[in-house]
Write a protein that binds this ligand. Sequence first.
Ligand code: DQQ
Length: 521
Amino acid sequence: SESGEKLRTSFHFQPARNWINDPNGPMYYRGFYHLFVQYNPTGPHWRNIVWGHAVSSDLLSWVFLEPAIAPSAPYDAKGTWSGSATVLPDGRINLMYTGVQVHGRQVQNLAVPRNYSDPFLREWVKSQLNPVIVPGAGVNSTEFRDPSTAWRGADGLWRVLLATKDHRRHLVLLYRSTDFTHWSAARRPFHEGHTGMVECADFFPLSSAGSVKHVLKISVLESRRDVYFLGAYDDSTDKFLPDDGNDDGLQLDFGIFYASKSFFDPSRRRRVVWAWAKEQDATADDEQKGWAGVLAIPREVWLAHDGRQLMTWLVAEVDSLRTNRVHIADMTIQSGDYFEIAGLQLPAQADLDVEFQVSNLERAEPFQWRAAEAADLCAARGADVQGGVGPFGVWVLASRDLRERTAVSISVFKADERKHMILFCNDVSNSSYSDQVDKHNYGGLVQLDLAKAGGRISLRTLVDNCIVEAFGSHGKIAILSRVYPTSAVGNKARAFVFNKGKSTIVVSRLDAYDMASVKIS
Ligand code: DQQ
């Protein structure tokens, strides 16, 4: 439909039509990035799930190939669900995925390339030994899925993680193998907790300043949140011990960012994370659009200097899409004022990189909430309720009369004598005239020593028609939102900088770019 076309992304990954959800098995192999994705080849809803397969040399343009894995056997008749790729030291590749059986039992299967001399690895063959992992006695057989990428311990054994739950806990289970085909369960759960079913466990090391930490990420089904734990892992005992004070987990992104999956990119020696940005509109709208589901731009992740959180940023390749640049420096915005970012050709498809400078810090209100209440605070105050310092930020996908607009906002609160709490919100409450879409605000907090930072707060906002990805404080925080403007679409959408706070602020630097479209063929 016409509205479906207008909302389609220009440089975020999505197939020509139909449904996608989780990214699966991302990997880099001999010059190409491979991305698999939960895909329904028959329509824009979650059904008939196969592994869609796409190949790219730059993480931006993709060739969408024939599905790599589709239901074909009793061990995966009802769906080929999420899983991961492992590139072995000798260059062979194993995909491990969840097969759903007729009565809903979930088992884990392997598939390998048919022909390694095909650079696109178009065809995949399922192992004759499938299923290679089945739910053992006492394991919840209908909630047992999403094998992680495998890693090898010093003892030479391969390990994978699986997510499940029992009647009181969620569990991440560890399995070991000498040959990747015969697996046995470890006696102890690798991780457990009380959030209900979890999905898509991901586990990887990161190092900073010579010290190594491990990251365990789980996707919490009920809250639709990806949560990670930083900690220490010992492969001789297979114990993962989260750092002190990290028991509830942290978030890489505070918005619509789910079922993420990472891979190590050896060509650039970086850890890259993919995630699914689910639709927030009605199923009927998806039928009309003919498509549903977008993937977030892949992000690089690394460990913060203090080792206490992950940092995240768009992969550098995205910068190559920047075309026309608009530059503004040292622009003061009085309380209640705003200005349009003029000179962009297509603000619906843009990258806005802004550095704000705040003063009057004595006006910042004291922070009197808990960090976990950030989203509630964004829901209650959003980007319009005047505060001492802020909210200020950008309006994107905005109509000329500003009645339709998505705000990415910053509000400054006083945490203690020196530190400030910076609240970042994606305020989507005015993002669409439609009342059929979820307009829930999301956000998170960053603690900053603003005096030390010269009062400067950075905000990068990537806009692509129906998706807004915001990055605050150089990657300390990220918030992804899905939006459905009805009038601020295509060449009618505009971008502004605003200040709704009591104090004057300064845009010390603004670089805005039109973004080129990519090819997905
Ligand atoms: N999506 C897959 C499951 C996974 C869930 C099915 C997460 O394997 O647990 O499409 O979004």
